[in-house]
Design a protein around this ligand. Structure first.
Ligand code: PLP
Length: 394
């Protein structure tokens, strides 16, 4: 089939499945409210969990760094792009999460791609939870090792995949907080399995970093697991940190390997210094303003308590990610557009981002929300109009 015809057919298929994507143009900073198409919406789908993406101190730090260091880093880290801002951020992250060392990547996607490519070769094995983030799945696919997947949270299956393999080296890769479901991986048990099987455990904590644990360092802290030994923690800086970029933290020996061998680190331009300065400020705010985390946790609790008085079913989640699974893409789209009519923005998450038949409203909470905001979304979710759309699907 000629090129254009082929693409047309692909588009038609996607449209037919109700999986066609569109991009809304936001004309305001991120926050509890955003402007889209000239209208204000209460924002319940951002990952800016602590409301830092438009925080005055973050803005000031970025602006000052632009003045002092300019806009671009000019080169990759191993050439001349590794500036003081990058180096300090790495040290501050390592100290914050209690790891020997950390390395900053341009994106979480790239950090995740880099890990199996760096540590695994042919005849090695990587196993992944089926609901892992797409970047972890791609990392498994695009490395030289064999990838196998186990059913969501199925520890015996994970253990079996490892124990029955005679691979040279083995890796377990998991989301810390699952990005579309909000549930938390059974990390102490995975840690035990990884130790018994001499597997390296990779925990992608994109959604726990800055949010979970006594000090907000993430899901590992909340699970009582130090960032050391045969374990690597991945964190992203574009979510709760309100900035952009990512890091891998762990024992120095592993971080040094990434500096030496990770192609997704070596062959790309270092982050702009202003972005890094904002990330450094976020790490300070995590430590100096624990009340933000407290407010977020109270908002999560309040949302769950209020929803429980309705007929809607929530997933089991103690995190800011509170999905309402609706099933078909069509129902999820109509539910999302009803919310939009009511001035509330929650996109419908559909396949292939989530498994077929589990399209959902992925509601996310932020420390920036007020209880009135939460009342407003719950009222809309509990409305008769919503019940008509959701019908028997829940
Ligand atoms: C967002 C996300 C990533 C990707 O991070 P970026 O910095 O946005 O590339 C990786 N893993 C998980 C679990 C995520 O939710």
């Amino acid at each position: 089939m000629p090129w254009r015809e082929h693409q047309k057919a692909e588009h038609a298929r996607r449209i037919g499945e109700n999986h066609w994507r569109t991009r809304s143009i936001v004309t305001s900073p991120q926050g509890r409210e955003v402007s889209v198409d000239g209208r204000r919406y209460l924002n319940f789908c951002s990952n800016d969990y602590l409301g830092l993406a438009n925080h005055p101190r973050m803005i000031a730090a970025a602006a000052q760094a632009v003045q002092l260091r300019g806009t671009g880093s000019g080169a990759s880290h191993l050439v001349c792009g590794h500036m003081d801002e990058h180096h300090l951020l790495e040290q501050e992250i390592a100290q914050f999460v209690g790891a020997e060392k950390a390395i900053v990547f341009s994106t979480g996607y790239m950090a995740n791609l880099a890990i199996p490519q760096t540590f695994l070769r042919r005849n090695d094995l990587i196993i992944e939870d089926r609901l892992n983030h797409a970047s972890l799945i791609d990392a498994g696919r695009y490395c030289d090792a064999e990838m196998k997947r186990f059913s969501h949270l199925d520890l015996p299956a994970a253990e079996k995949l490892l124990s029955q393999s005679n691979a040279n080296r083995k890796m377990i890769s998991t989301d810390g907080v699952f990005s579309m479901d909000g549930d938390v991986a059974p990390l102490p048990a995975l840690r035990e399995i990884s130790v018994a099987q001499k597997a390296l455990l990779v925990v992608d904590d994109a959604h726990g970093f800055g949010v979970l644990g006594e000090n907000g360092t993430g899901v590992l802290e909340a699970s009582g697991i130090p960032v050391s030994g045969g374990l690597l923690m991945v964190g992203t800086l574009g979510k709760s940190a309100g900035s952009f970029g990512a890091f891998v933290a762990g024992d120095a020996i592993y971080i040094e390997s990434l500096i030496q061998f990770a192609r997704a680190y070596i062959y790309t331009t270092a982050l702009p210094p202003a972005v890094v300065a904002a990330s450094r400020t976020a790490i300070q705010i995590f430590q100096n303003e624990p009340e933000r985390r407290q407010t977020l946790l109270e908002n999560i609790e309040y949302f769950r308590r209020t929803i429980r008085q309705t007929s809607l079913r929530l997933a089991e989640s103690i995190t800011p990610i509170q999905p309402i699974v609706l099933g078909s893409a069509d129902v999820a789209l109509r539910a999302s557009s009803l919310l939009k009519q009511n001035g509330i923005w929650v996109v419908a998450i559909r396949p292939p981002t989530v498994p077929a038949g589990s399209s959902r409203l992925r509601i996310t909470l932020s420390a920036a929300h007020t209880t009135q905001d939460i009342d407003q979304i719950v009222e809309s979710l509990a409305s008769d109009a919503m019940a008509q759309i959701v019908g028997e699907t829940q």
